[in-house]
Design a protein around this ligand. Structure first.
Ligand code: XIL
Length: 316
């Protein structure tokens, strides 16, 4: 069974994965990645972020982003652009907070329109705004909010829309996969942007989960609730980590958890696709970010399929 083939047969647009430039020199890795019956979509894990694309004001470096975009084209895979505006991996020339309202507005407009315009026609969907909220539902007090208040998503979305009118424009967030203050805050932002006619097409559910702490039915409810606002939804960064070492019991629970997450997307018509945040434990971001945790992906670090793979396939 191949995951993208199964997803498309079940009328989803894609099953995909994150990837990153340094991994592409690993021929064992690319031998599996390059199969578009397995992965019909890729997302660059780092090379389209602000620090990679515009490290100095007005200096744009697309080489590594282009490598991922070219790979998507060569392999006939959809491409998700990630991302335009985010507090993290943001160069200090932006984050140091010395811009006026007018200046930061034009900095955002120039960044978003140059980035999205460069890849015009090549990107299925852009994460235009990434992680705007704190877990308690307040706005993240980054340079964008501190300078521009609640208006910055609209500024970014409008610039992106003008640069590529055919790309789906998303807000991407985590800890909205269950009911709570953060999901409520994002839902009300989506409502207000839609009613103001701002170009917003989708909401991305990152889905960085923990084995044994996954509620598929809770996720399905949230996907439906957001879709009812007239947006599509997608699982954009799925992984399910565990406290190491991995055990047969943890791997079995992980299979169950992957199955219930995929089932949630399959049960919601507006859920267009699923992206794992890399398919192999060899290149997962988890161990370096969450101390003592890992083994979050459906393939192990030797590129052998884990029980999680079968959990995914069975749900598609
Ligand atoms: C991660 C990358 O995978 C890492 O390589 C990098 O060091 C940090 O960022 N949410 C996001 C992604 O939206 O951009 C993050 O990606 C993971 C969390």
């Amino acid at each position: 069974a191949k995951l993208n083939t199964l997803a498309k047969a079940a009328s989803k647009l894609y099953f995909g994965t994150a990837t990153d430039n340094p991994e592409l020199t690993d021929t064992g890795y690319t031998a599996i990645l390059d199969d578009n019956t397995q992965f019909g979509q890729i997302t660059p894990a780092n090379s389209m972020k602000w620090d990679a694309i515009e490290p100095e004001q007005g200096v744009f470096t697309f080489t590594e982003g282009d490598q991922i975009a070219d790979l998507a084209m060569t392999n006939a895979m959809l491409l998700r652009g990630h991302n335009c505006v985010w507090y993290n991996q943001l160069p200090s020339w932006v984050s140091d907070g010395t811009f006026t309202v007018a200046q930061l507005t034009s900095v955002i407009q120039n960044h978003c329109s140059t980035l999205v315009g460069h890849y015009k026609g090549q990107v299925y969907a852009w994460d235009v705004v990434n992680e705007p909220f704190n877990d308690d539902g307040t706005w993240r007090t980054d340079v964008f909010f501190n300078t521009l208040g609640t208006s910055y998503p609209q500024i970014a979305l409008e610039a992106a829309s003008q640069a590529d009118p055919n790309a789906k424009l998303y807000i991407n967030e985590y800890n909205i996969e269950f009911a709570g203050p953060k999901a409520t805050a994002l839902l009300s932002l989506v409502e207000s942007l839609k009613s103001a006619g701002v170009p917003l097409d989708g909401v991305g559910f990152q889905c960085h989960f923990i084995v044994g702490e996954v509620s598929g039915s809770g996720l399905q409810t949230q996907l439906s609730t957001f879709a009812a606002q007239g947006v599509e939804v997608a699982l954009t960064e799925l992984d399910i980590r565990m406290t190491l070492p991995e055990t047969p019991a943890l791997l079995a629970q992980q299979k169950t958890d992957y199955n219930s997450v995929i089932t949630a997307c399959m049960s919601v018509e507006s859920c267009v696709g699923i992206t794992v945040w890399d398919w192999t434990d060899k290149y997962s971001w988890v161990p370096s970010t969450f101390s003592g945790q890992g083994a979050a992906c459906p393939w192990d670090e030797n590129f052998v399929k884990k029980p999680a793979f079968d959990g995914i396939a069975a749900a598609l």
